[in-house]
Ligand binder design. Structure first.
Ligand code: FES
Length: 162
């Protein structure tokens, strides 16, 4: 009897840590699972939510004023933000000004001004656009860049939707 009482006491003592280990593991796995879900869920949420916020920003912005952009040297360009999207302002050598959305119409990479080649170039797949009209002239882009209206003011350049 003594032996069996000791045995069952041992058993109980042996089981208790096992139970708490199990409980601990459950808590741990639940915690890890929640962190994992948050780690995956947050970027997914951001991904899903961002087109909505980007779209609302884009809708809200019809015009931007670029302080001191009127001092941009001839034959050069600068990038700017038009709402959530990048834009490019070009001051041509003949003193004409052009601005357009700098988002490639192929797969939405940002295009860049290349003065030497007098072109707007998309490095992603070699898309080429005309620097005056934004017309797609080479590579995979299916349509022209969206052009903006440019007004040169005494202390700024105002770019607006056409
Ligand atoms: S994204 Fe510009 S050429 Fe493909």
């Amino acid at each position: 009897m003594n032996h069996s009482a000791e045995h069952s006491a041992e058993k109980i003592e042996g089981q208790e840590p096992l139970m708490s280990r199990r409980a601990f593991s459950q808590v741990l796995f639940t915690g890890v699972g929640m962190c994992y879900a948050a780690a995956i869920g947050y970027p997914v949420y951001q991904y899903l939510a961002s087109p909505i916020s980007r779209a609302s920003e884009a809708v809200a912005v019809n015009q931007v004023s670029l302080p001191d952009a009127n001092k941009l040297e001839k034959g050069s360009a600068m990038m700017f933000k038009f709402g959530a999207k990048p834009g490019i302002l070009i001051h041509h050598a003949d003193d004409t000004w052009v601005a357009m959305e700098a988002v490639c119409t192929h797969l939405a990479c940002t295009v860049q001004y290349q003065a030497e080649q007098n072109r707007l170039f998309c490095a992603c797949h070699g898309g080429v656009y005309d620097t005056r009209t934004g017309a797609n002239v080479a590579g995979p882009p299916p349509k022209p860049l969206q052009a903006y209206k440019v007004t040169v003011e005494p202390t700024s350049v105002v770019v607006s939707k056409v």
